[in-house]
Design a binder for this molecule. Structure first.
Ligand SMILES: C[S@@+](CC[C@H](N)C(=O)[O-])C[C@H]1O[C@@H](n2cnc3c(N)ncnc32)[C@H](O)[C@@H]1O
Length: 276
């Protein structure tokens, strides 16, 4: 990220979700606030994206990862999870349209510069901030998640669901694994959903190269990628006993089966890991 500025990739991801509501009618992921939080920019972004097929793969992947996370959260809540931590929240709108109600305590963790900007956008869009939401400003590269959450009333003894969407690729590998170690160590038990990419060579293709170029150009270069088998082994070593990992073909089968074509031929993985 550029010093003193909010994350540009957070704006990019939010724009993809808003455009998905218009161009694909929210078919994969429905979010009535996705456009509203962006204000007038949402409609012009949809117009621009209409004629630009190069953005479609990434847009659909972002819709899929958010849908996957929210589906898994619903199941986790039914099984007793009562805290949600949205790591690197960006302009994610879950907390502001939460269908699970006040029994779920929500913590939005993000870089302070991105979080301040989001709070301004929410106010401008007149989107109310619910009473069960706590903002936790943390720079993952300088502070630990544990310190940030502890200061803000997080209860490690309560079963917790973490979403970490579109963030892991931008962090140094040691930060990724120390954060996962903290999640796995929580006495109340935890689950985490995050997306990741395989190293170059395994995922060649214009879409991936395009994303890398754009991310680096806005000061948020991609820093961490993982071989799937090695990642799973490291997650198990940390204490995650169950792993569900959808790569491009798993995503295709679950979300696009019977819809003709194969919109996600290459690209990222979305993973749910459970500790205890
Ligand atoms: C691509 S955005 C994803 C945002 C959101 N999760 C989504 O899916 O739209 C990356 C997010 O990671 C956050 N981020 C990047 N580096 C960070 C750091 N060092 N500490 C805290 N957050 C960071 C940014 O502020 C931004 O919100």
């Amino acid at each position: 990220m550029q010093p003193g500025e909010p994350s540009r990739t957070a704006l990019g991801a939010a724009t993809h979700r808003a455009v998905h509501q218009v161009l694909e009618h929210g078919r994969i992921f429905t979010d009535p606030l996705a456009g509203r939080i962006l204000g007038s920019e949402a409609a012009s972004a949809a117009k621009r994206a209409e004629g630009d097929v190069s953005q479609r793969q990434l847009r659909l992947f972002i819709a899929v990862r958010t849908r996957f996370a929210e589906d898994a959260l619903r199941t986790a809540f039914a099984r007793g999870a009562r805290q949600l931590v949205v790591l690197g929240a960006g302009l994610d709108t879950y907390a502001y349209r939460n269908p699970l109600g006040e029994d779920l305590d929500i913590f939005e963790v993000d870089h302070p510069d991105t979080q301040d900007w989001k709070r301004r956008l929410l106010a401008e869009a007149a989107i109310p901030v619910p009473g069960n939401l706590t903002y936790v400003p943390v720079d993952f590269e300088r502070e630990t998640l544990e310190d940030g959450l502890t200061l803000e009333g997080f209860d490690p003894g309560k079963r917790t669901f973490f979403t970490w969407l579109g963030v892991v690729p931008y962090l140094a590998e040691e930060v990724v694994f120390s954060t996962l170690a903290f999640i796995a160590s929580l006495p109340g038990g935890a689950q985490v959903v995050f997306d990741y990419g395989n190293p170059p060579g395994k995922v060649p293709g214009a879409a991936t190269e395009n994303l890398e170029r754009r991310a680096a150009a806005v000061g948020e270069p991609l820093r961490s990628r993982f071989e799937t088998d090695e990642l799973h082994a490291r997650l198990r070593a940390l204490g995650f006993s169950s792993i569900e990992d959808l790569g491009p073909s798993g995503i295709r089968n679950r979300f696009f089966a019977g819809r003709g074509g194969a919109p996600l031929e290459r690209g990222g993985h979305i993973l749910l890991a459970t500790a205890r």
